[in-house]
Design a binder for this molecule. Sequence first.
Ligand SMILES: [Zn+2]
Length: 110
Amino acid sequence: MHLDVSGELHLVCQRCLQPMTWPVAVKTELTQFSDEATLDEAEEQDEDLEGMLVDPALDIDALVEEEVLLAVPFAPRHDACEGTSGTADKADKPNPFAVLATLKTRKAED
Ligand SMILES: [Zn+2]
């Protein structure tokens, strides 16, 4: 089975705490086996092999969700943070955590 997932996730940057779009691109090859013994044997012979048992009631949505979750970074960050001086949401109160993050960054740069 060939799984090809692409799209966009809306995450929060763990450095500047601003929203960020994270492009998802997951490509997985899953080999289906009819019994566990054959699966185990095949996985032993090929470490890269991703095997699974044939399941007539396979929940594709759950499978896709699992693969995407595995691919999402634990602490997503912008490649380059724009900082907190953005013009987009000036009306909003500054996020105290974002301010804190800025202070920390400045301290580190000194
Ligand atoms: Zn950022």
